[in-house]
Ligand binder design. Structure first.
Ligand SMILES: *[C@@H]1O[C@H](CO)[C@@H](O)[C@H](O)[C@H]1NC(C)=O
Ligand SMILES: *[C@@H]1O[C@H](CO)[C@@H](O)[C@H](O)[C@H]1NC(C)=O
Ligand SMILES: *[C@@H]1O[C@H](CO)[C@@H](O)[C@H](O)[C@H]1NC(C)=O
Ligand SMILES: *[C@@H]1O[C@H](CO)[C@@H](O)[C@H](O)[C@H]1NC(C)=O
Length: 404
């Protein structure tokens, strides 16, 4: 083991468990990994994982799967399964991990590259780079012209954490995923910090984070530049706290779309202290026509905008396939949403668009201290709204449909 890895293990123990307990190291090299970036190291990783996961440990010892520094490990699509015997298990990513090119996936009906399933107390940490080799998937002419709005040309998700309660992700970089980068689903009490998620601005469906059916999730201090949503907060999520995110290029920070399934619910979401640069949308809530459920108690607070298209948007008319977009009588109800301290520039003229359904509408929408100007000096900006109710104070441009 490199001294550097050893020091990181020590540091990790101090930071994460706050007890200088013993660690048991499961170095993938000891399970047959080669680390040359060409040999498939999946079996070695799975063996190291199994050993760590099954290790008989006492309360002061933590199993650590070590991906050592200065090497690159090629992994085929694989799943790290729990539950594990220890209440905490670490994966220390000091080295790099790389996905096979698209050609090597042929014939496999696989919708994700790396899955962690039912692993409670998982800590994945380190400064390695996890590279999905997405460019081998992205069409030369991205999915934008696809009539299904990209649904049928979605590459596999980079990493899925499903039912991993107590998850911690810290420090690593996740780049060029074929599809979404990180999906956190069915997971409670997660903290994500100091990640870098990077893919080209024109890469299709490369959302950085999708949080789905999860509660008490924090995403902090991360740098995101991708071709789709920086953060998407999807159905079944509550108590989500997003802060210190730099996002762009990308599609901004979105709640939804909701209402595509059964009864979709999102509540208690706080997005604060984020910077959006050159994104297609800023902060947005979007719900499908005809959906059921609600999105409520949502705040966007302290957002800096630089040349953002569509900075503030509520859309209760979302129609992803852009066909049969009729006005249904039901919609996901949107209420108790505040936008506070949002300032900067936009490349659009309609910088605030609160577009709520005729039958359901949006209630208790509050805007305060909003100051958005055009990134082209002299150009005028305006706000648009339909059936939105609430209050706007200290807001420029003025939002006339809301009470002063
Ligand atoms: C826990 O296990 C470690 C490693 O096997 C051992 O050194 C330590 O003494 C054990 N602690 C307790 C409290 O049993
Ligand atoms: C997020 O993941 C959920 C669960 O897989 C899925 O239903 C939803 O469409 C995803 N959202 C986005 C924006 O990809
Ligand atoms: C749906 O309702 C909106 C608001 O009343 C209206 O502008 C739009 O034309 C309607 N669309 C259809 C397809 O009826
Ligand atoms: C506001 O958003 C709605 C829904 O996406 C869209 O139909 C409308 O054109 C937008 N209004 C303006 C003025 O851009």
């Amino acid at each position: 083991m490199y001294l550097q890895d050893y020091l990181i293990v020590l540091l990790l123990m101090c930071m994460c468990s706050c007890v200088l307990g013993a660690t048991t190291i499961f170095n993938v090299m000891n399970y047959g990994a080669v680390g040359n970036g060409r040999t498939d190291d999946s079996q070695a990783f799975l063996k190291a994982w199994k050993a760590a996961c099954q290790a008989q440990v006492n309360s002061t010892t933590v199993p650590v799967v070590l991906v050592p520094t200065k090497q690159t490990f090629l992994l085929s699509p694989l799943t790290f399964n729990g539950p594990c015997k220890s209440s905490r298990i670490y994966m220390l990513v000091s080295g790099n991990i790389v996905a096979p090119l698209k050609t090597a996936w042929t014939g496999k009906q696989i919708n994700a590259w790396i899955i962690f399933s039912n692993v409670n107390g998982l800590v994945m940490k380190g400064n390695g780079v996890i590279d999905g080799q997405g460019s081998s998937w992205w069409p030369a002419n991205p999915c934008k012209d696809d009539p299904t709005n990209g649904v049928n040309c979605k590459g596999p998700t980079g990493m899925i954490f499903q039912s991993c309660h107590g998850l911690r992700l810290d420090g690593f970089s996740k780049i060029n995923s074929p599809g979404n980068h990180i999906l956190i689903m069915g997971t409670n009490d997660a903290v994500v910090s100091n990640l870098r998620i990077i893919a080209p601005g024109d890469s299709p469906n490369t959302d950085a984070f999708n949080i789905s059916s999860s509660t008490r999730v924090q995403i902090r201090n991360s740098f995101i530049a991708t071709g789709d949503d920086c953060i998407a907060i999807s159905a079944g999520s509550s108590n989500i706290d997003v802060s210190g995110i730099t996002c762009g290029p990308g599609h901004g920070i979105s709640i939804g779309s909701l209402g595509g399934g059964g009864f979709d619910v999102v509540e208690n979401v706080r997005v604060r202290s984020c910077t959006l640069k050159g994104t297609l949308t800023g902060v947005r809530i979007k719900t499908n026509q005809g959906g059921k459920g609600y999105a409520r108690k949502i705040s966007f607070d302290g957002i800096k905008l630089e040349a953002v298209d569509n900075p503030i948007q509520i859309e209760q008319f979302y129609c992803p396939l852009k066909v049969n977009c009729q006005n249904y009588t039901s919609a996901v109800a949107i209420s108790d949403v505040s936008f506070t301290g949002i300032s900067g520039t936009s490349i659009a003229s309609n910088v605030i668009n609160l577009s709520c359904s005729q039958t359901v509408g949006c209630t208790n929408i509050k805007l305060d201290r909003i100051y958005i100007t055009s990134s082209t000096p002299g150009n005028k900006v305006f706000a648009n709204c339909f059936n939105a109710h609430g209050k706007a104070t200290r807001t420029k441009p003025a939002v006339k449909c809301l009470l002063p």
